[in-house]
Design a protein around this ligand. Structure first.
Ligand SMILES: [Zn+2]
Length: 257
C-alpha cells in the first residue's frame, strides 16, 4: 500500500516483520517529519503500541490474562471464581446479550470495543452465546455433551469441570444476530466468523481452537470460541504467526487429560 490516503482505521500492520528492530526507522520518503497529526484520528481506547514482554503476566494464576488452561493444565483451584464478573451491556447496539451473560471485567470491556468495530465493519451484530461458566455449570455442560456424543467427541467439545477456559471469565462463545451457525463449525463461513477470525487479535482476543490443531489444544475446531489474552499477547501471536497458546508458551500439547 503506497497511497497517501488516510486509512479508515489504525490497524497495526499485518506484515510479518523481522523481529529485531528497536525503533521504527524514520522513512527517507517525501513525507516531511513524523509530527503527530493533530487531526481527530478515530483511534479508539486501545493504546498505540502495545508492547509484548515475556513474563508480563503469569500463565499459571487463574486470574491472569495469560493463564493457559487445557487438558493438562487445570485451573488451580479447580473451583476458581473470578473476582469481578460483569455482564457486558452494548449500549450502542453493536452486541446482543439478552441473558446478561458475564465475563471478567477486562474481557467485558474488550468485547464491547470489538463488537463496535465488527458492527462498523459491516460484519454484523455480535451475540454472546456462552461466556463465564462456573465449575458447577461446567459439570452440567460436560455431562450433557458426553451423554449426547460419547466420551471422546463430547470431551473434544466440553471440558471437564475445572479444566474449562470459560471458568476464567476470559473466554466467550460468539455468534452473530441473524447469521446462523451458532456454535457450529459453519460459523467460520459467516461474515461475523470471518471477521472475528481475521480481526479479533486487534482487540486482544484469539481464536483459541483453530482448525487442525486438535492434537495440541485437545479441542475440535471451534470458530466461535474466543479467548481474551490482552492486546500485547494477541498482537505478538499475530506478528509471529503462532496461533496456539501451548505453542507460544512452549507448553506440552494437551490432546488428552
Ligand atoms: Zn467455548
Amino acid at each position: 500500500m503506497v497511497s497517501a490516503s488516510p486509512t479508515p482505521t489504525s490497524t497495526p500492520v499485518g506484515t510479518p516483520t523481522p523481529a529485531a528492530s528497536v525503533t521504527p526507522t524514520p522513512k527517507p520518503t517525501t513525507t516531511p517529519t513524523v509530527t503527530p497529526a493533530p487531526t481527530g484520528s478515530p483511534t479508539p481506547t486501545v493504546s498505540p503500541t502495545p508492547s509484548y514482554k515475556p513474563g508480563l503476566y503469569s500463565i499459571d494464576a487463574p486470574n491472569s490474562l495469560w493463564v493457559v488452561v487445557d487438558k493438562k493444565r487445570p485451573l488451580n483451584p479447580a473451583n476458581y471464581v473470578p473476582a469481578s464478573l460483569v455482564a457486558p451491556r452494548f449500549d450502542d447496539g453493536a452486541g446482543y446479550n439478552p441473558n446478561r451473560l458475564q465475563l471478567a471485567k477486562v474481557a467485558a470491556k474488550a468485547i464491547k470495543v470489538m463488537a463496535t468495530a465488527m458492527k462498523s465493519a459491516g460484519a454484523g451484530t455480535l451475540a454472546l452465546a456462552s461466556t463465564y461458566r462456573s465449575y458447577n455449570t461446567q459439570v452440567a455442560v460436560h455431562n450433557k455433551d458426553v451423554a449426547a456424543l460419547g466420551l471422546v467427541a463430547g470431551e473434544n467439545l466440553a471440558a471437564r469441570p475445572g479444566y474449562s477456559e470459560h471458568q476464567t471469565g476470559l473466554a466467550a462463545d460468539l455468534a452473530a444476530v441473524g447469521q446462523g451457525c451458532s456454535i457450529q463449525v459453519c460459523f467460520a463461513t459467516t461474515k461475523a466468523g470471518k471477521w472475528l477470525a481475521a480481526n479479533s487479535w486487534q482487540y486482544g482476543w484469539i481464536l483459541r481452537y483453530p482448525n487442525g490443531r486438535t492434537p495440541t489444544t485437545g479441542y475440535q475446531f471451534e470458530p466461535w470460541h474466543f479467548r481474551y489474552v490482552g492486546i500485547e499477547l494477541s498482537t505478538e501471536m499475530h506478528r509471529t504467526g503462532i496461533a496456539v497458546l501451548e505453542d507460544f508458551f512452549k507448553l506440552p500439547a494437551a490432546p488428552t487429560y
